[in-house]
Design a protein. Structure first.
Lengths: 153, 432
């Protein structure tokens, strides 16, 4: 450690010992693939990237194909043959469009969850598929919330 | 390692029955069904769920021996699907990176996290990690924590086997007497790096539980058994001494890695290092008479440099198990290119060959016999170039035949759910 006696300024200490600080928690940032600031973030090019746009949390993102006969949700914008992007880290709420496993297959429906009533609703004005009601004691296991449906033209 | 005011804390997170859990990911109908996964050519059982273990079918048992019994008990069987397991492994690791800056991949289903300096209830953190991995990736895991990697690994075993911990066991929050009482109930064989032979020798000397091993005189241990066991004893006492290259389980994976004296920055320098390690690991693979089904690569800067820590790793499944230097190099270089960032100054890289299978029964490349010969490298490159241009399978080895009767049997392989757009799970189609 060296200091100047004549200067009014306090000299900097050369090579100080590292100061170790405790960590209270790491922020879970959906969308950040490393969960903390990457040193390279300043250097990314400004380019449109479908991956980054549609997938905010890669390890929690899952993909499904909608069967060619499946028209239960066309009024919600999900057509037969669509590809669904599901994010399992998004909270499941009333009115979420969700993928669930019911009666031996995956289905995609709008979730109704109000005042202790749980239903899975279809959205097809013409076919008018009946809702699936979950009575007390029955369990609905939701796979995840649909964030996007990609319908090929 | 510089001394810090914080005692090191490591966590080991591992997936329960990894292969089986991956097969269950998009098959909710199999949540409570016993599952068996078979090795290449559907030879042996290499993975099984708890329900199956309870039925008494042992690991590595030839499938034909147990098939009839298993079917009667309702077992659903799958052929190994390494593409699926590698993808889920990457997701598992990526999720863990949200909880700690330093995540070290130890195998396809186990990672160490460095939790040193966290001023948080570690038990609660462990549960948060477990719940988040399950929620995001569907994989069930257990988490063990300790002041050394050996203790973390032991805590993980305890978390898995003793249900009162609910999957998370933190040794660092236990008092000395509480921990010692627990260690006294555990066999020495449960300790990382202590195999069957060593257990027998230790038991003969009266060291028949982990507490006794912990209290053994390190010098005596070194004289009798060598430096690695001495370090294990010190690790059991809460001092961090081991690098896991020293304790890698034989036959399970092969790791080749090194820290550099100076920093590497250009892609060329890194490629050279990767090729060295990939070739090194492959040479050891051949010596062991094995093939690798997956290749793992990691790159990182130094945790002690000024810049924030950057560490990345990725795993890729090989199209078929291989011991070909060229193919493994190609895979490792491909992974490097996915992870390389030009502004980082790297200090350590490594290549790990995973999911090793015995060489017998594998299809031997016709060109493989002269693998060391550079003529075969050129042949391989030409083969690959033609296949890339005209589609995989354009040129095949004659041994593969045209009617596929020679092709590796994988009759029960699940779809490539996570690697092929045409094989995604389907809405509106029955599971089975």
């Amino acid at each position: 450690m060296s200091r100047s006696n004549t200067s009014p300024f306090i000299g900097a200490i050369l090579n100080p010992d590292p100061l170790y600080l405790p960590v209270y928690s790491w922020k879970i940032a959906a969308g950040a693939t490393t969960g903390f600031a990457s040193p390279s973030q300043d250097y990314e090019l400004d380019r449109l990237d479908l991956n980054k746009h549609y997938v905010t949390n890669p390890p929690a993102t899952h993909y499904f194909n909608v069967g060619k006969q499946y028209d239960s949700m066309i009024d919600a914008g999900i057509f037969p043959g669509a590809m669904l992007i599901i994010d399992r880290s998004i909270a499941i709420k009333h009115n979420s469009v969700v993928v669930a496993a019911v009666d031996g297959e995956f289905i995609v429906k709008r979730l109704y969850k109000r005042a202790g009533v749980i239903k899975l609703l279809s959205e097809n004005k013409e076919k008018n598929y009946p809702p699936i009601v979950f009575n007390e004691g029955q369990e609905l296991v939701v796979f995840g919330v649909v964030t996007n449906a990609i319908n090929p033209i | 390692m510089p001394s810090t005011p914080f005692k090191p804390v490591f966590a080991l997170a591992d997936v329960n029955s990894m292969y089986c859990s991956c097969e269950r990911a998009y098959r909710p109908d199999l949540r409570n069904t016993p599952i068996a996964v078979l090795s290449n050519n559907d030879g042996c059982v290499i993975a099984q769920t708890n329900e199956l273990k309870a039925l008494g079918i042992s690991m590595a048992q030839p499938w034909f021996e147990v098939e009839e019994e298993a079917r009667k008990l309702g077992v659903v069987v799958f052929s190994s699907n390494y593409e699926l397991y590698a993808e889920f492994s990457n997701r598992f690791v990526e999720t863990l990176r949200h909880f700690a800056p330093r995540v070290e991949v130890y195998s396809i289903d186990e990672c160490f996290l460095d939790l040193t300096g966290m001023k948080r209830d570690l038990n609660a953190l462990g549960h948060e990690i477990k719940d988040t991995v399950l929620q995001w990736t569907t994989l069930p895991i257990c988490v063990g924590m300790g002041h050394s990697k050996t203790l973390a690994k032991l805590a993980n075993k305890v978390a898995k086997k003793q249900t009162q911990f609910n999957g998370v066991c933190d040794f660092t929050s236990m008092s000395q007497s509480e921990l010692d009482a627990l260690l006294e109930t555990l066999d020495v064989e449960k300790v990382w790096g202590v195999g069957r032979q060593l257990t027998a020798k230790l038991n003969k000397l009266g060291v028949n539980n982990v507490l006794r091993l912990k209290r053994a005189d390190p010098k005596r241990i070194r004289d009798e058994f060598g430096v690695v066991l001495e370090r294990t004893v010190m690790e059991l006492n809460g001092e961090s001494w081991l690098e896991f290259t020293e304790v890698a389980p034989p036959g399970k994976q092969i790791m080749s890695s090194r820290s550099f004296g100076q920093r590497l920055n250009t892609i060329n320098e890194l490629e050279e290092a990767i090729v060295f390690h990939a070739s090194n690991a492959t040479a050891r693979l051949r010596k062991q008479g094995q093939f690798a089904s997956a290749v793992h690569c990691f790159i990182q800067n130094s945790p002690f440099d000024q810049a924030p820590f950057y560490g990345m790793s990725l795993t890729v499944a090989m199209p078929s198990p291989t011991d070909c230097t060229f193919k493994i190099n190609k895979a490792a270089l491909y992974l490097l290119r996915q992870m390389y960032k030009p502004e980082i100054y790297y200090q350590k890289v490594g290549v790990m060959l995973m999911e090793l299978v015995p060489a017998e029964g594998q299809q031997i490349d016709l060109f493989g016999f002269s693998a060391k010969n550079d003529k075969s490298d050129r042949l391989m490159k030409t083969l690959d170039r033609i296949n890339d241009k005209h589609g995989r399978g354009m040129l095949r080895l004659a041994a593969e035949g045209n009617n596929k009767s020679w092709a590796m049997r994988r009759s029960f392989k699940s779809p490539n759910y996570t690697g092929n757009w045409k094989e995604l799970p389907v809405i509106g189609q029955p599971f089975a």
